[in-house]
Design a protein around this ligand. Structure first.
Ligand code: SAH
Length: 353
């Protein structure tokens, strides 16, 4: 999933009247979310993300024995790519559901690939459409947002699971893990945070506040990592509930060298454990680029650390009360340095919107 809604407004979208009818009664944030997927560019970027798309393709093609003669539900089918993978892997029938008008393109794509009799495409919210099957054998979905959960449609996948997945049915993918690590960022003082202290001689601290409360989605170089990664949360898609997505989880970051810590970064790994030979991909700084990049949380204080010292803390996340697609994230940390002068503790609040 791409999560481009922050760059698009409902007004710049060429709605078809049927889309407009379907959107009637939806709140503004929801309309903005779904219309962002009307544009072809967002789908192009997802399809061109080879780590993402090839992982799904491999997970499906390498498991024909699982897909053969099965009924598959593609939650948020977009241009229909996962539905077509499933047909090629031998599925008896695939149902693709998407609220966005991109589904009109999916319909054409499926037709020109000769798969119209195998794939039923339904435009509407997953939570509202009526499926032609009461149960499905397999759910495939690409639901992951920045920081895994931003603008998350995971709730939608869990709804589909609870409503439609047959007992013993499979979910592709079915495991997601969020990792944290701390980084040194040479640009913290001059460019990222310190920049706002003196902008052509003016105090721009209100802008600094933004930089310290909004996480930055950016690529981080491996060499910036000061600590080992820490797996802070693992979601098992067979058992996780929407309530579990508001969480407070402890972390412990072991420093690898003497350095400064300016930020904590997060990324996620994805696994398809149902596969005969498990398929995984990572969106971490050590792995090949993906459109999810990494998420950077700048700290208000700079920590001065030495090798083997440990920064402990908690990561808290909950959907924002007014707009459930936004996230309220808190990172608290405590650092018991060997030298009292370097002790530090802090609590930073972020909003991802
Ligand atoms: N499966 C496609 C698209 C992934 S993007 C691919 O892998 O390329 C996620 C898609 O899910 C978007 O097109 C979005 O419109 C759709 N979506 C998100 N929440 C939905 C919901 N509740 N009901 C229907 N579609 C939804």
């Amino acid at each position: 999933m791409m999560n481009g809604s922050t760059n698009n407004t409902a007004t710049d979208t060429p709605w078809t009247s049927s889309s407009a009818d379907r959107m009637a009664g939806m709140d503004h944030a929801e309309v903005r979310y779904f219309t962002s997927y009307d544009h072809h560019g967002i789908h192009e970027e997802m399809l061109k993300d080879e780590v993402r798309t090839k992982s799904y393709r491999d997970a499906i093609y390498q498991n024909r024995h699982i897909f053969k003669d099965k009924v598959v539900l593609d939650v948020g089918c977009g241009t229909g790519i996962l539905s077509m993978f499933a047909v090629k892997a031998g599925a008896r029938h695939v149902i693709g559901v998407d609220m966005s008008s991109i589904i009109e393109k999916a319909r054409q794509i499926v037709a020109v690939n000769g798969m119209s009799s195998k794939i039923t495409l339904l435009q509407g919210k997953m939570e509202e459409v009526i499926l032609p099957f009461s149960k499905v054998d397999i759910i495939v979905s690409e639901w992951m947002g920045y920081f895994l959960l931003y603008e998350s449609m995971l709730d939608t996948v869990l709804y589909a699971r609870d409503q439609y997945l047959a007992p013993g049915g499979k979910i592709f993918p079915d495991k997601a893990t969020i990792y944290l690590a701390a980084i040194e960022d040479g640009e913290y003082k001059e460019d990222k945070i310190g920049f706002w202290d003196n902008v052509y001689g003016f105090n721009y601290s209100p802008m600094k506040e933004v930089a310290l409360t909004e996480p930055l989605v950016d690529t981080v170089e491996m060499k910036a990592l000061v600590t080992d990664p820490y797996p802070v949360l693992t979601l098992d898609l067979y058992t996780v509930t929407p309530a579990d997505l508001a969480f407070k989880a402890p972390f412990s970051l072991t420093c690898k060298r003497s350095d400064f810590i300016h930020a904590i970064i997060a990324w996620f790994d994805i696994s398809f454990t149902a596969c005969h030979k498990q398929i995984n991909f990572s969106t971490g700084p050590h792995a090949k680029y993906t459109h999810w990049k990494q998420t950077v949380f700048y700290l208000r204080d700079v920590l001065t650390v030495e090798g083997d010292e440990i920064v402990t803390g908690h990561l808290e996340n909950k959907p924002n009360e007014r707009n459930k697609r936004d996230l309220d994230i808190r990172i608290s940390y405590a650092f018991d340095a060997s030298d009292v002068a370097r002790h530090a503790e802090g609590r930073c609040a972020y909003k991802m919107c």
